[in-house]
Write a protein that binds this ligand. Structure first.
Ligand SMILES: [Fe+2]
Ligand SMILES: [Fe+2]
Length: 327
């Protein structure tokens, strides 16, 4: 049994990978790290330990005051049990949407790997990543099952449209890895923020988050290095096209990952004015969406995907911040 990380894993930093050998060195390092440090949900998480069992009324599920919904007067005036259930429902929904996104991602990674030539170092790494994402899917679904709540993931129509995602690598591998970052970065952003909120978390939630953050650091690193290596050499017209589509994908994905869960609103009768205050008309929510793509935005600037025209699209999508840095 491998103990879950006892602290939040650091982010991987980017290296200069303009030349092929530096890029390959990074991929080999990530592949080796996947062998040295990985976790398996049914081996490394003590699901049935009494400490790890889920009680819907456990006050540790309550949303903290630093949370937009958690601070709202309507939420604060609910009973402690209802506050706990709302918090748990929201965590479980995020895991469900996360596992659906990762399902699409795995299928896309396999479509990418299918066409790789013999000897390509990406092949091994992408298989490591696919296996890790398989573990994440099991880990998230097991958590959802144990909440015994009627949690649903993406809304139906969105889920239908999302089925095109695994085929993106057949059109453009660069666009596919933008899609990957579009999902992974906001999830990582939210999970890191949660672990830093100074609250006492349920040990099961904390274990899952720490394992996920540690393995995702490699996935995000691979996608970033892939783009750093590939985008600067793309023909100008293809790079322009990628620059136009990227902010659209990133803006939509961040909203999917951070949107208020419809079933939660219905189940707990969250009044429309609360939804407006917390999500739709909230400056804090807009800033959260903008910040959650901050790292990817900086990367896009660095690799030449942002020019006066495409910057306009970032602004329209509500994910631009002055000087390209996180607000
Ligand atoms: Fe994952
Ligand atoms: Fe991942």
């Amino acid at each position: 049994m491998t103990a879950a990380p006892s602290s939040t894993a650091a982010r991987e930093s980017d290296e200069t990978v303009a030349d092929r050998s530096a890029y390959e060195t990074v991929i080999h390092r990530l592949s080796k790290a996947s062998v040295d440090k990985h976790w398996e949900p049914y081996k490394d998480i003590p699901w049935d330990d009494p400490e790890f069992l889920i009680d819907q009324d456990d006050p540790r599920w309550e949303l903290p005051e630093v949370d937009k919904l958690g601070a709202h007067a309507w939420y604060r005036s609910r009973s402690p049990e209802v506050r706990a259930r709302i918090g748990l429902f929201r965590v479980a929904t995020a895991m469900k949407i996360g596992l659906q996104f990762e399902n699409l991602l795995k299928r896309g990674l396999l479509n990418y790997a299918y066409r790789l030539p013999n000897g390509a170092p990406e092949f091994r790494y992408v298989y490591h990543e696919t296996i890790e994402e398989g573990h994440h899917g099991m880990m998230f679904q097991e958590f959802v099952n144990r909440t015994k709540m009627p949690v649903r993931g993406m809304p139906g129509p969105l889920s239908l449209i999302a089925q095109v995602a695994p085929w993106i690598p057949l059109i453009s591998t660069e666009l596919f890895f933008i899609f990957v970052l579009g999902g992974e970065d906001p999830i990582d952003h939210v999970q890191r923020k949660m672990l830093k909120d100074g609250r006492k978390h349920h040990p099961l939630e904390e274990t899952i988050m720490r394992i996920h953050i540690a393995e995702e650091a490699r996935h995000i690193s691979f996608a970033r290095h892939y783009l750093r290596n590939r985008v600067p050499r793309m023909p100008r017209h293809r790079r322009l096209l990628l620059g136009i589509i990227s902010p659209i994908i990133l803006g939509v994905m961040a909203r999917i990952m951070l949107a208020p869960p419809g079933p939660m609103i219905k189940r707990f009768n969250v009044p429309p004015h609360v939804v407006r205050d917390v999500y739709t008309n909230s400056q804090a929510a807009a800033a959260e969406i903008r910040d959650s793509v901050g790292k990817t935005r900086e990367l896009c600037v660095d690799v030449g995907l942002v020019n006066p025209l495409t910057r306009r699209i970032w602004q329209v999508m509500g994910i631009w911040a002055p000087s390209g840095k996180s607000a």
